[in-house]
Design a protein around this ligand. Structure first.
Ligand SMILES: Cc1cc2nc3c(=O)[nH]c(=O)nc-3n(C[C@H](O)[C@H](O)[C@H](O)COP(=O)(O)OP(=O)(O)OC[C@H]3O[C@@H](n4cnc5c(N)ncnc54)[C@H](O)[C@@H]3O)c2cc1C
Length: 569
């Protein structure tokens, strides 16, 4: 096609929350041309995407990449499903729509490890810049919604609100009173930098159209007629193409494959921005010669930049759940969440913490690609955050309605530890870009993660057995007291947690923003070390997990990235 001979100022690889935010903001500048290359299709009219109560209906369909992890050596040897959106809008087209930001001190720690310019105060303004909160209706307020107006944006591209189907009545006070009985306070708004407590969360949804607000609806469709913004759908980026240079590597474009199989080169004048998500951006770097030389050698890929952190530092959270039958029918959606700090659910939690031994075992498990000393430093910061009370537990309540299964009397209570110490990796397994990368999150490599998840499981079960909640529950349907008795031993809890968990779908860190000597891949400007003009803007750059859900923070990172890129124009 004629277009593929065009030259764009910026080429953005991947049309998810990271990529479409950057594409929108850069194409605000007239005279600057931007191309987005997206492997998936448009899903504007796909009911599995648009339905506000449709979470899970898009999973395992054609718009899900449907990755699978390696056998998890520290978690019963099982493989895990990894869902990821393959559509314009990325994973935001198939996700749970939860809008919860990080904890203040968590973002400040990004600056503390050596990323100049990163702090909560700075990112807070970008969270707000991206957001447009639709004020709750009177019915939603009487269903228990609370919020702090100053914590929210009013005119950003991303519409945030509450589902109309929110369960009405007093059920929310039952939940709130039960948490209060367990000394967990109500949090009027978890999006102001302080996450601990019980609340009704906000969702990424367009209350006027009553549809899911994905990244394409927020950041692309409103500006799709801009003549300087071009989206290539059903087109896959294979690798970055390099120009001649003596010093740092200079990208001159990308090699792409169209849906008909033909291969072409798309040229860039200024920068290539990788936003293919934390499971694909590192793979594209490796296919382009940036990464660990021993991995690149294995597939006959010439080394452009020796950067062993590429694909490492993968952090994801393990998700277990209880399902309870009740004496009620829930004909509304329940989006209730409780965030607990360590002392809320785990007595003497830091009695046997051994940061240096965790660092050694993680470093050994990832072939010393990140030195034990670097991990020990990073784990020390993570530990300090826990000591200072940032939430490490999320336990939520939802109904089958939330899961796209319609109303009934079941309550589903998924829960997960937020900040695991375990680290894994994602790497190419072939020089053929069509072959999926190998994903190994190393769940429960660090024993402490298992202990936290077990303590959290007990806390969630305790919640279900505490009044006034208790009176509503008729039975535990899954796993049930036969499989996991009330007085289960630690060995029984451990075995249940390890066999019944799934990925929480929050993988990040695989092109981490950290100093190079710590195993980082991008600097504080999100530029890949050793390159002149390649950045990563997606979940890959987050150096630590967050006590929230990822998209809100990815949009904020991408808003900030856009300003940094504009400054360098
Ligand atoms: C089941 C599930 C539920 C979740 N629930 C929530 C939630 O409730 N709230 C929340 O905040 N977060 C949630 N998340 C996480 C969140 O959706 C993701 O973290 C987020 O979308 C990641 O954004 P991204 O920009 O990093 O990448 P993505 O959204 O994954 O976007 C990457 C894009 O790049 C494209 N791409 C990949 N490789 C190539 C290539 N080689 N060439 C061209 N294009 C390519 C992909 O098709 C995709 O469109 C959930 C995730 C899952 C899987």
């Amino acid at each position: 096609s004629e277009l593929c001979l065009d030259r764009y100022d910026y080429i953005v690889v991947g049309g998810g929350p990271g990529g479409l935010t950057v594409a929108n903001r850069l194409s605000e500048v007239s005279g600057i041309s931007v191309a987005v290359i997206e492997a998936g299709r448009e899903v504007f009219n796909n009911p599995n995407v648009t339905s506000v109560d449709g979470f899970t209906t898009a999973l395992n369909t054609a718009i899900d990449w449907q990755y699978i992890s390696t056998n998890q050596s520290y978690a019963s040897g099982q493989t895990l499903a990894y869902h990821a959106g393959k559509a314009l809008g990325g994973t935001s087209t198939i996700n749970g729509m939860t809008y919860v930001r990080a904890e203040k001190s968590q973002i400040d720690s990004w600056g503390a490890i050596g990323n100049a310019g990163w702090s909560w105060d700075d990112l807070f303004s970008y969270y707000k810049k991206s957001e447009s909160l639709t004020l709750p209706t009177a019915a939603q307020l009487s269903s228990g919604v609370t919020f702090v107006p100053n914590d929210h944006g009013e005119s950003g591209p991303l519409k945030v609100g509450y589902p109309y189907g929110l369960l009405n009545g007093s059920f929310h006070t039952v939940v709130e009173n039960t948490w209060q009985a367990l000394d967990l306070p109500h949090n009027p708004d978890v999006n102001g930098g302080s996450v601990r407590g019980y609340t009704i969360w906000q969702s990424t949804l367009d209350m006027v159209a009553n549809v899911r607000e994905d990244a394409a609806r927020a950041y692309y469709y409103p500006v799709e007629l801009r003549p300087n913004l071009h989206v290539f759908l059903n087109t896959t980026v294979n690798r970055i193409v390099w120009g001649n240079s003596d010093g740092a590597a200079v990208a001159s474009g990308v090699e792409i494959t169209f849906s008909n199989g033909s291969i072409s080169i798309l040229k860039s004048r200024r920068e290539v921005i990788l936003s293919a998500g934390s499971l694909r951006s590192p793979a594209i770097l490796e296919l382009s010669g940036i990464g660990n030389p021993s991995i690149l050698d294995k597939y006959g890929i010439g080394v452009k930049v020796d950067l062993p952190g590429v694909g490492e530092n993968l952090q994801d959270q393990p998700n277990n759940n209880f399902i309870s039958s009740t004496n009620s029918t829930f004909n509304g959606s329940i989006v209730y969440v409780a965030y607990g700090s360590m002392p809320d659910f785990f007595d003497d939690w830091d009695a046997n913490i051994n940061i240096s031994s965790y660092a050694e075992s993680v470093s050994a498990a990832i072939n010393n690609t990140i030195a034990a000393a670097s991990l020990e430093y990073l784990f020390g910061i993570q530990y300090k955050l826990l000591q200072n009370g940032i939430p490490n537990a999320e336990t939520i309540m939802e109904t089958t309605l939330n899961l796209g299964l319609g109303p009934n009397g079941l309550l589903v209570s998924p829960f997960w530890l937020l900040m695991p110490f375990s680290r894994g990796n994602v790497h190419i397994s072939s020089r053929d870009p069509k072959v999926y990368p190998t994903i190994n999150p190393n769940f429960f490599l660090v024993d402490f993660d298992l202990k936290v998840q077990m303590a959290l499981a007990k806390w969630t079960r305790k919640f279900l057995a505490t009044e006034p909640m208790k009176s509503l529950i008729t039975a535990e349907v899954s796993p049930g007291f036969t499989a996991l008795p009330e007085n289960a031993t630690d060995a029984e809890w451990e075995s249940w947690v390890k066999t019944a968990f799934s990925s929480n779908s929050h993988p990040l860190g695989t092109a981490a923003m950290m100093p190079r000597k710590l195993g980082g891949v991008v600097d504080g400007k999100l530029k890949v070390y050793g390159t002149e003009n390649v950045r990563v803007v997606d979940a890959s750059v987050m150096p630590f997990q967050v006590s929230g859900h990822l998209t809100s923070t990815i949009y904020a990172i991408a808003e900030k990235a856009s300003d940094m890129i504009k400054e360098a124009m």
